[in-house]
Design a protein around this ligand. Structure first.
Ligand SMILES: [Zn+2]
Length: 154
């Protein structure tokens, strides 16, 4: 295991410097400054809920329906690239792509997490079973994400 790099004390600004900077910022942006209400006054509401959502997302790496969905779309690759062993079918355009060119998509978008009221829905959609998932190529995924955003705004 790699040892953590020790913090270089000289690189850190002194306490008075930090204070000065903070005072300057407050004076400049007093009106638009968002109050840090979470995590011992270090996080805004938005930062807090983003942090929660990212934590959940990182757990979905171990969610088996996601890897199973990808496995189901897989076949041996027989093209010219000798390093590529498998290819995956996009559920929308039905073409075949490499591992890197594809991603598992939530058919019903997970949606944004802005308050505790959104939490149960986000968890339910993020950790859905295999029927709620599909493999998409980068192009189709980009298009779908765009469309999802339009649908949310309507
Ligand atoms: Zn596609």
């Amino acid at each position: 295991m790699a040892k953590r790099k020790p913090k270089n004390k000289q690189e850190l600004p002194s306490k008075s410097e930090v204070k000065k900077k903070r005072v300057k910022k407050v004076a400049k942006k007093r009106v638009s400054r968002v109050e840090k209400t979470r995590n011992h006054q270090t996080m805004t509401e938005a930062a807090f809920f983003n942090w929660i959502k990212n934590s959940l997302r990182s757990r979905s790496r171990f969610w088996k329906p996601i890897s199973a969905c990808k496995q189901n779309a897989k076949r041996p690759y027989k093209g010219v690239n000798k390093r590529q062993k498998f290819e995956y079918q996009c559920n929308l355009c039905k073409n075949w792509f490499s591992d890197k060119e594809t991603a598992v998509d939530h058919i019903i978008p997970v949606g944004s997490l802005k308050s505790f009221n959104d939490l149960s829905g986000v968890v339910e959609r993020l950790f859905c079973e295999i029927e709620g998932l599909q493999v998409l190529c980068s192009n189709c995924h980009t298009e779908k994400t765009k469309q999802d955003l339009i649908n949310i705004r309507q």
